[in-house]
Write a protein that binds this ligand. Structure first.
Ligand SMILES: [Fe+2]
Length: 571
């Protein structure tokens, strides 16, 4: 052991390696750097010269620039080893020694040591001896002494204590800073998760297909969780499956199904989380799979698919955060898919119900078989031409199917009468819009069809029935149906006459628009006339006399026009 050591190389290393001693602790790389940074903090806070003493190797690791001369008496070093906190002592005459613990580095105990002269009037003997050992001349020794911060033991002790308190404050500050940083990360992550769930919730409408919602979910998950791959496996009501992916997955769709089958015994109330599977049997079966979270896309017991994230990056493992997020997303996808299924089932039930009613009408009135389907198709095409939104177009179509449903309440003898109707019979038939309205008004899901059912025989000039509405008073839906109804009635054959030629029908349309029909609807008809002729001809050509199940037939409506030459008497 030497009584004084001066290590110029260590000083140079310190200055080169540690140019920013008060930089953020988050930037530190090694234990040695942490200790050196702490030494500089002690120096800045106290203003006292310091060196870094390695108690295990008994060497100076580095020192501050104002500590070129070290007087490390054996008693000082013993004190440095013995103390676990800050200390101050005048162990060498004329010098006040002090020590402050430093963080350990590479398993070695480090201490910040230093000394200052206690008497500004004379150079301590021990310092003079150490200077001689370093080869200093008197001038250099004097220069060192002039620049030394001379202080009494009490003042130095106070400085050291304050420095130690400052360290404790700084450590608490650093801990708080790290806690704030972690909280900020968590808040940012929570915000991103909420944003993801909000984006999905915004698209929970029935017009968004489950595949589109799943694509959106994969996009947002892959942006939020830095993992190797994300996948959604979807199965629709018909059993058709689809595997949507982002990133790289260790299996194709067939492999995915085999993968999921491995966990048939899992309770899917919670997602399945597996880490470190690369060396397991599972990892051998699916090469490239390191870890994953697998969640069931389901609503209750109604499963519609699976959601998977795998191979978290940077060697991290999946935990409750990822599992919770995936579970939430899978639940949203499951509920949405179930709602879509229920809506489709409901729609199918509604259409089946409507078709049953139309079939009933067609069975009752053989002369009008297929009329409702043709009116519905023509009206729908006109509605499209008018630029109505899809939901309204669908309601126009349903209204076309049901517009004459009130004929169920008309006497069969009148309905099936092959010839022209008497005025009394015609008055009886004219009740069918009101009867249809009464039949359907209690059915909430068909409420949108009521204006068409009740008012499809109103005339634009107010001479129609049942309410004698005119112009804009007539619901627009009914004005569309009126044109489609007249078109099919005039074009269709009847037992006592052939259907009119389309040119003749269109001549009547031109002549009586504004009187019988809304000119805007007539204009839309002419704009789409080629399409309408084609679809009408197609419906007539493909109809079958026995096709009552789907209620399509070739027969025209006897009752729609009591007098072929007078289309305004359509029923
Ligand atoms: Fe009618």
């Amino acid at each position: 052991m030497t009584s004084s050591i001066f290590d110029e190389d260590a000083l140079i290393e310190l200055q080169q390696a540690d140019t920013d001693p008060l930089a953020s602790p988050l930037q530190l790389q090694t234990e040695g750097q942490i200790a050196i940074r702490q030494l500089h903090r002690y120096h800045d806070w106290s203003g006292l010269p310091l060196l870094c003493w390695n108690c295990d190797t008994e060497t100076i690791l580095t020192r501050t620039p104002d500590m070129p001369l070290a007087v490390l008496d054996p008693g000082v070093l013993q004190r440095a080893v013995a103390e676990t906190g800050p200390w101050t002592d005048e162990l060498v005459p004329g010098l006040v020694h002090y020590g402050l613990p430093l963080p350990m580095a590479d398993g070695c105990r480090l201490v910040a040591l230093g000394h200052v002269p206690s008497d500004p009037r004379s150079i301590p003997t021990a310092a003079r001896t150490a200077a001689v050992q370093l080869g200093w001349d008197e001038d250099r020794l004097q220069e060192w002494f002039v620049h030394q911060p001379c202080a009494s033991r009490e003042i130095v002790a106070r400085l050291v204590d304050l420095t130690w308190q400052q360290r404790q404050h700084h450590e608490r500050f650093e801990a708080a800073e790290m806690e704030i940083a972690e909280l900020a990360d968590r808040i940012e992550r929570m915000f991103e998760e909420i944003s993801l769930l909000h984006a999905l919730a915004r698209n929970l409408h029935l017009s968004c297909a489950p595949v589109d919602l799943a694509e959106l979910a994969l996009e947002r998950i892959s942006a939020l969780i830095h993992c190797g791959g994300v996948a959604a496996y979807l199965q629709d009501r018909s059993g058709e499956t689809r595997l949507l992916t982002r990133g790289c997955l260790p299996f194709d769709e067939e492999g995915f199904v085999r993968f999921v089958e491995q966990f048939s015994g899992h309770n899917w109330q919670r997602p399945l989380v597996r880490n470190n599977v690369a060396d397991t049997l599972l990892g051998r079966d699916f090469a490239g799979l390191d870890n994953f979270v697998l969640a069931e896309i389901a609503e209750g017991s109604h499963r519609t698919g699976w959601l998977l994230i795998c191979n978290l990056q940077n060697g991290r493992e999946f935990g409750t955060i990822e599992a919770s997020l995936l579970n939430s997303v899978a639940t949203i996808l499951g509920v949405h898919a179930r709602n879509i299924d229920l809506y489709q089932e409901h729609e199918e039930l509604l259409v089946s119900f409507v078709r049953s009613m139309v079939s009933t009408l067609d069975a009752k009135d053989p002369y009008t078989r297929g009329h409702s389907q043709r009116v519905a198709a023509v009206a729908r095409r006109i509605a499209v031409e008018l630029g109505l939104p899809p939901e309204d177009v669908n309601n126009v179509w349903l209204s076309g199917l049901l517009h004459d449903i009130g004929k169920i309440g008309v006497d069969d003898r009148v309905l099936r009468k092959p010839g022209r109707l008497t005025p009394q019979e015609f008055e009886h038939v004219k009740k069918h819009p009101e009867i249809g309205y009464q039949i359907l008004k209690g059915l909430t899901n068909l409420r949108a069809t009521l204006p068409g059912v009740r008012h499809h025989h109103e005339r634009f000039d107010g001479s129609g029935y049942p309410d004698g509405l005119a112009g804009e008073e007539i619901p627009f839906l009914a004005r569309i149906l009126a044109v489609a109804d007249a078109f099919d009635a005039m074009c269709s054959d009847r037992p006592y006459r052939r259907g009119m030629a389309i040119e003749q029908v269109e001549a009547i349309f031109r002549q009586d628009r504004g009187a019988y029909w809304d000119p805007r609807v007539i204009r839309a008809y002419f704009q789409a006339r080629k399409d309408i002729h084609a679809l009408w001809q197609n419906l007539v050509a493909n109809a079958s006399d026995s096709a009552l199940d789907d209620a399509v037939d070739v027969e025209g409506s006897t009752l729609c026009y009591a007098k072929p030459e007078s289309p305004t008497e359509a029923t």
